[in-house]
Design a protein around this ligand. Structure first.
Ligand code: GLU
Length: 307
């Protein structure tokens, strides 16, 4: 734990130095981890993805991607260590970005054959069901309500809703101390639905982007931000003198890859990819070089659910 923390802090220092948040050079095979200076040895390296050849799937999304010569992948852009886009270089980095690239390689698409589309939480079901993306990887909780609109491969990670507060906050110690407090969360997200329940007694502020909620926390406009601990730890790691995560998860958020509801062939192919790389260690390497750097302890991913 202590070792992991110091490795994480070292990596964060490097990240701060390079001023790329968790950005970095486009993650081509064998690159140093996102945000790492050439020659730096503190952070683990990202794995290499072998692009499969001769893949042919009887999937509408796959066939369309093949004929246009690229995959369109939906992702988040404002979640450090998960799905992040450096606004000056436009380079994307993080755990979800790498999982998306790993799957793309198994489908026969290289980095250069990926077109990224930023899709915020509130418009995910629309973007997926309207075919604006071939698949979506972005802290997307699998649940029955969403399953009526979209399909899910996975789960490939399990998070839980938690609270991000200012570093000097002492009044908020968990969900039982939110009465009358202003809590920010994101339109279309599951933690927003949870925190709106009257039992918490919070005054809820709803915004579209996580970065906006964090900004409001830093400028004292809200008292806390709630969403998945994985996301909050990334923000706390970027600003450890000003922000901290309470560390008492109060929901379960299993992450899935979102795709067209009826595309079972693509869903099976994505599940195959996840399963294969969880087993061969690629998944763990990705984790260590991305999300692991924000101080999230590694836990084995949940079993893939086939349906
Ligand atoms: N995992 C939650 C959800 O899918 C919160 C994170 C997010 O908004 O992406 O709603």
């Amino acid at each position: 734990m202590q070792l992991r923390k110091s490795a994480a802090l070292a990596a964060i220092a490097v990240i701060a130095l390079t001023a790329t948040a968790c950005g970095g050079k486009e993650g081509s095979a064998g690159d140093k981890p996102a945000g790492t200076k050439p020659g730096a040895s503190e952070a683990p390296a990202l794995p290499t993805y072998t692009v499969a050849t001769g893949v042919d799937l009887d999937s509408p999304a796959f066939k369309e991607a093949k004929s246009r010569g690229k995959l369109i992948i939906g992702a988040k852009a404002d979640q450090p260590f998960l799905g992040f886009e450096d606004q000056s270089t436009k380079v994307r980095s993080g755990f979800d970005i790498e999982i998306a690239k790993m799957i793309a390689a198994d489908l026969g698409f290289s980095d250069k054959q990926i077109e990224w589309k930023t899709v915020d939480s509130g418009i995910r079901e629309t973007a997926i069901s309207k075919g604006q993306v071939d698949y979506f990887v972005g802290t997307y909780t699998i649940n029955d309500k969403r399953k009526q609109l979209v399909g899910f491969a996975g789960p490939y990670y399990k998070a839980g809703a938690d609270l991000l507060v200012r570093y000097d906050e002492s009044a908020i110690t968990g969900t039982d101390s939110l009465k009358g407090k202003k809590v920010c969360s994101i339109v279309g997200s599951t933690p927003l639905q949870e925190i709106k329940k009257p039992e918490y007694g919070a005054s809820v502020v709803e915004l579209a982007k996580y970065s906006d909620c964090v900004q409001q926390l830093l400028t004292n406009q809200v008292d806390a931000v709630t969403t998945d601990d994985s996301i909050l730890k990334g923000y706390a790691a970027q600003n450890p003198k000003k922000l901290k995560v309470i560390g008492k998860p109060f929901t379960e958020e299993p992450y899935g890859v979102g795709l067209n509801k009826d595309d079972k062939v693509l869903r099976d192919a994505i599940n195959d990819s996840l399963e294969k790389h969880i087993q061969d260690g690629t998944y763990k390497k990705i984790y260590d070089a991305t999300l692991g750097l924000s101080g999230s302890e590694y836990t084995a991913p949940p079993a893939i659910e086939r349906y």
